[in-house]
Design a protein around this ligand. Structure first.
Ligand code: GSH
Length: 217
């Protein structure tokens, strides 16, 4: 099978990237990866638009066919490579893991998008308001994730799932947005443990990212 991931370091594609690395580790199935630099606008160039007309990462090509949307990508990888144990096997636990992942993808992530790109959600006069409200929303989501990291080995129970990897991305984004991660004590401690995982570490090294993103604004 030919798998080709288009990713941008530290973005939500980090979750798909880590899942593919877990597949490689468990079954030897390799994948290609191409860095699309969102800061440089690589995603808006015709070459990438021809690959993913929505001009977003992650984009996964499976034998040349396009699959977008992180949740669909994760579900596909999990079903195709069960040995990688991307999602729990128990039907209800799997549904819960997908539920948490969906909440992250459709609620937490868009809150950050409004902080980072407020101009997409309001004109010149509304931009600051959009950002201020989104910051409060994002912080409340981080507090909820903080509570998910107490007294359990992983967010979804006793196995690592894509929700844990997304949680790493969010706390990095928080730091970039000027949110001091040390106010989320359990969460901060939790991600420090997660990044010791050799596969997570390998992808963080490959993407050249770390947890040290906080800059007071
Ligand atoms: N719901 C989408 C979200 C994808 C998304 O927002 N990707 C961001 C990076 S985290 C992106 O490509 N942004 C570029 C843009 O929207 O201009 C998914 O799950 O794939």
């Amino acid at each position: 099978m030919n798998l080709h991931l288009y990713f941008c370091p530290g973005t939500c594609s980090f979750v798909a990237h880590t899942a593919l690395e877990l597949v490689k580790e468990s079954s030897g199935q390799d994948y290609q990866s191409t860095l699309i630099n969102l800061r440089n606008g690589d995603h808006l160039k015709p070459e990438f638009k021809a690959i993913n007309p929505r001009m977003q990462v992650p984009a996964l090509q499976v034998n040349g066919k396009l699959l977008t949307q992180l949740i669909a990508i994760i579900e596909y990888i999990d079903a195709s490579f069960p040995k990688a144990k991307i999602l729990p096997k128990d039907t209800f636990e799997k549904a819960q893991a997908l539920s948490t992942l969906a909440w992250m993808n459709n609620t937490v992530h868009p809150a950050f998008t409004r902080i980072f790109r407020p101009e997409r959600f309001g004109g010149e006069n509304a931009k600051e308001d959009v950002k201020t409200i989104a910051l409060e929303n994002f912080k409340s989501h981080l507090a909820e994730i903080d509570s998910m990291t107490v007294s359990k080995e992983y967010i979804c129970g006793n196995t690592l799932t894509p929700a844990d990897i997304y949680a790493i991305a969010f706390i990095r984004w928080a730091g970039m947005a000027g949110i001091d991660p040390s106010q989320f004590k359990n969460y901060q401690k939790y991600v420090q443990k997660l990044v010791q995982n050799p596969v997570v570490k390998r992808i963080m090294d490959k993407e050249k990212i770390n947890l040290d993103t906080y800059q007071a604004h």
